[in-house]
Design a protein around this ligand. Structure first.
Ligand code: FMN
Length: 414
């Protein structure tokens, strides 16, 4: 039997296979951040396609800090009924579901929120500064409030019936901003040494664990590197992995990069080693090294495209789960096909309109994938050949003012 088809258990939850959908922001909620029938349709399509586990797109723990329009916000039990329906879909088809909880910190486009907050007031590079404002440094009472928010949201996820949560600790969002010396310049107990920079993550983990039952799965998505000069060192990353492992985390998803260096999407950077670029999955070398240091389950996401690549990664013991994102957006039945021995059907390419000023804004990735999610949510088939140009025209109709002002998300991949 293929490695990807093997069952595996975390706490008392059985995963029927090793394929996990990595988080992809759906951009399907209304401005209040409420989930709706489109989320249900989308996750049902993945469940019907044999997926072992879905990690949802990032769900905000604070309405005042949204990373993009259309994200789900989970602060209270306001949407408990819809969340219960969402969780029920997974149970119906045997697909485990983890809600990805997130605070984006400084990576919120200008104009979306009243202000942005972060560990320290570190400005973006001149190119990204057109989209992202310099954040305000968080006060200690605000840090404690955010920690509690993760716990409150996680408890609601459990009440709704989800098997667990994933803390978004990667890609330059708030938790990884605390971890990185590039974005954390604090002099107090939340900054300075790597122990201090890890404190925010550990406190969130402890608060979430305390607010949920022993059966509840807690995962975290972490960067293997910032891929930026002066970023977190490899030794420091290893110590973060070891600390969260010893604290009791169930599953770590390995990724890398941020808006400033989008390694998670396979972007070539002078800081990415040739050996990493050469492997099918971007972060497999790192996974092989960290495997020796931690006991929790590991998942690698980014770049997996062939059944052989996936089975080899599992066989080598480097990881326990295969994370797939973009391929699942255009092939909802991909898991069943992989288990039957077929590779990913469609190559993942950057989404470009061919119009330089539009492609420079890099909103295309978000709106093109969001168009696929909407179609799937409505019960239609995804369209891998969907024209980025047409998607942009549609988007431009409703957002002309924002485009002229440059107030659009320049993220390549969350
Ligand atoms: C449209 C889109 C939205 C994404 N949203 C998230 C997100 O909300 N949280 C997250 O951790 N990663 C997010 N990602 C990154 C993916 O989870 C994944 O790490 C990345 O796409 C690489 O995997 P792949 O090569 O299989 O696509 C997003 C990616 C895309 C394309």
């Amino acid at each position: 039997m293929s490695q990807i088809a093997q069952q595996i258990q975390i706490r008392n939850t059985v995963f029927k296979n090793r394929i996990i959908k990595g988080a992809m922001s759906e951009a399907l909620a209304n401005t209040a951040g409420e989930p709706n029938h489109l989320h249900l349709g989308l996750y049902e399509a993945w469940a019907k396609g044999g997926l072992g586990c879905a990690i949802t797109g990032n769900v905000m723990v604070d309405y005042r800090a949204k990373n993009e329009p259309g994200v789900v916000v989970l602060e209270t039990e306001r949407d408990l009924a819809e969340l219960k329906q969402w969780a029920e879909i997974g149970k119906k088809y045997g697909m485990v579901q983890l809600i990805q909880l997130s605070h984006p910190g400084r990576q919120c486009p200008k104009g979306l929120n009243r202000e942005t907050v972060a560990p320290s007031a570190v400005a973006f590079s001149p190119m990204l500064a057109t989209t992202f404002a310099t954040p305000r440094e968080l006060h200690e009472d605000e840090i404690l409030d955010i920690i509690q928010r993760f716990a409150t949201s996680a408890a609601i996820c459990e009440k709704a019936g989800f098997e667990g949560v994933q803390l978004h600790g990667a890609h330059g969002y708030l938790i990884s901003e605390f971890l990185s010396p590039l974005t954390n310049k604090r002099q107090d107990q939340w900054g300075g040494s790597i122990e201090n920079r890890t404190r925010f993550l550990l406190e969130i983990y402890k608060a979430v664990r305390a607010a949920t039952s022993d059966h509840f799965i807690i995962s975290v998505k972490l960067n293997s590197a910032d891929f930026q000069k002066g970023g977190i060192t490899e030794q420091e990353v290893i110590s973060v992995f070891k600390a969260i492992d010893q604290a009791g985390i169930d599953l770590i998803e390995i990724s890398g990069g941020s808006y400033e260096a989008p390694a998670m999407a396979g972007a070539k950077s002078k800081h990415i080693k040739q050996s990493t670029i050469a492997r099918e999955a971007y972060f497999l070398d790192f996974a092989e090294n960290i495997r020796k240091e931690v006991n929790c389950k590991l998942m690698v996401t980014g770049g997996f495209r062939t059944v052989k690549g996936m089975n080899d990664a599992l066989e080598s013991g480097a990881c326990d789960f295969i994370g797939l994102a973009r391929p699942l957006a255009v092939e909802t039945d991909l898991t069943d096909r992989l288990i039957a021995g077929y590779d990913v059907r469609y190559a993942v390419n950057p989404i470009k309109t061919g119009i330089p000023f539009v492609d420079k804004m890099a909103i295309m990735e978000i709106i093109w994938y969001a168009a696929q999610f909407k179609a799937i949510g409505e019960g239609k088939a995804p369209n891998p050949k969907l024209s980025p140009f047409k998607v942009f025209l549609n988007y431009a109709k409703g957002n002309i003012k924002a485009i002229i002002q440059g107030k659009v998300n320049s993220r390549k991949s969350a």
